[in-house]
Design a protein around this ligand. Structure first.
Ligand code: LAC
Ligand code: ZN
Length: 443
């Protein structure tokens, strides 16, 4: 039991000890596991590193976890064609490090690159820190090998046997383990940028920071990173980072520019000018790795620092058009006043993907109810602003019941029918993403 408990959680609030944990070493092991599950009608939940934020890797009661820790081989890195062939359990950071040694770059980093797996990133359709310039995980997946619930192996995209047929790769990206189990991934790599420069700026209001983001993008500048931290987030990290956070700072932007030396020489001063023009102050910049890491510490310390604020934390990843970002931040501040809960907001400003963190006391029913109310209001506001419920953490268990706010019954029925084709018995990660009638979730 102790060992199974290790597979009972992720970074969301759900907990469920699996009935069984299987750790395949090969595709053949996966096929046999799926056939076993089908024979005995045991639901299965694939799991990467368990860093997900929406409960996607949490099993239903009585279900089996397929853990990918042991399928973590990098089969090939092709320097000329610029692709990598990997197993799903490879840590995102491990691949990034390996390819960088060869002058190549795998840009997606869902802020958890040191601990999250490539299979998990694909299952959740991860976004992250470098989306505006480089795109999200789905922009780098060239092909997949997938074991279906019938125990068959199908190949997609670059691995497909016949390229005349429609590419099924996108169907599996973001499908949260509900349609098939990925065993091999082919990823696109690009040339590594020659240099990278990091800077940060504080702002007297969140609106000023949001305006700086818009101005930078209007100027046709394209930083690789533009991370926004609001006042409450800054307060949470004060004292935990080796940098002084000014009293009067209501927001901060962490910006990174990369490319050739000439690109940086041209772009960085313009980016700083845009920040200054929007009241940015106490700007810092760094080019050497050590100094850059110090600036990055501010951003990387956010999630653990927030966890110290309260026993409960709901981390949403709503996404709005960039121009509307500030309206969402303001709405969250209002909600915080209204509910009495702390609601720090931070995230990937360059693509309007904001992490709204509703903090509450897990032992206080009133706060639990208020947190629920706050989350619903955030979703409502997001949709009003033309946004979407999930930018990168997936729907999982946390947002499943809110899907009807965004999708009509017809859409949801279409999703269900796709699921039905791939998983007629409802054994693949039931309870996640869409509730299925006749699924094993009710057994
Ligand atoms: C981040 C994770 C929570 O960006 O998505 O920190
Ligand atoms: Zn994120």
């Amino acid at each position: 039991l102790e060992e199974r408990v290790l597979f009972s959680y992720d970074a969301a609030t759900f907990r469920q000890v699996p009935e069984l944990v299987v750790m395949p070493r090969s595709e053949e092991d996966v096929i046999q596991t799926v056939q076993f599950a089908r024979k005995y009608h045991i639901p299965i939940s694939p799991r990467g590193a368990g860093t997900g934020m929406s409960g996607g890797a949490i099993p239903n009661p009585g279900a089996m976890i397929i853990g990918f820790e042991r399928m973590n081989r990098i089969w090939e890195i092709n320097q000329i064609e610029k692709y990598a062939v990997v197993e799903p359990g490879v840590l995102t950071g491990d691949l990034q490090e390996k390819v960088l040694e060869m002058g190549l770059f795998y840009p997606p980093d869902p802020s958890s690159y040191l601990v999250s797996t490539l299979g998990g990133n694909i299952a959740e359709g991860a976004g992250g820190l470098r989306c505006a310039k480089y795109g999200v995980t789905k922009n780098y997946v060239l092909g997949l090998r997938v074991v279906t619930m019938l125990g068959e192996v199908i190949t997609t995209g670059a691995l497909a046997e016949d390229p005349r047929f429609p590419d099924l790769t996108p169907l599996f990206i973001g499908s949260e383990g509900t349609l098939g189990i990925v065993t091999i991934i082919v990823l696109r790599l690009i040339k590594a940028p020659e240099c990278t420069q990091t800077m940060l700026a504080f702002f007297p209001t969140g609106t000023d920071a949001a305006e700086a983001v818009s101005t930078i993008l209007k100027e046709r500048l394209l930083p690789s990173v533009m991370e926004f931290l609001d006042r409450m987030t800054l307060k949470a990290i004060t004292g935990y980072v080796p940098l002084e956070i000014p009293e009067q700072a209501e927001a901060m932007l962490l910006i990174e520019v990369d490319g050739s030396e000439a690109d940086i020489k041209e772009q960085l001063p313009l980016v700083m000018e845009c920040c200054q023009g929007c009241q940015g102050f106490q700007m810092l910049q760094a080019s050497e790795a050590k100094k850059r890491n110090r600036l990055w510490e501010l951003r990387r310390s956010v999630s653990p620092s927030l966890a110290r604020l309260a026993s409960g934390k709901i981390n949403e990843d709503v996404c709005v058009p960039r121009g509307e970002m500030i309206r969402l931040v303001e709405a969250c501040q209002e909600l915080s006043k209204h509910t009495g809960l702390m609601i720090p907001v931070y995230g990937h400003a360059a693509d309007g993907n904001l992490h709204v963190n509703v903090m509450y006391d897990r032992n206080n029913q009133d706060q639990i109810d208020q947190a629920q109310f706050a989350v619903e209001q955030v979703f409502q506001k997001t949709l009003e602003l033309g946004g979407t419920l999930s930018g990168e953490h997936g729907i999982g268990r946390t947002k499943r019941d809110y899907l009807p706010m965004q999708f009509s019954p017809y859409y949801i029925e279409c999703f269900r029918q796709i699921k039905q084709v791939w998983d007629p018995e409802g054994l693949m990660n039931p309870g996640v993403m869409y509730p299925l009638e006749n699924s094993a979730e009710n057994t």
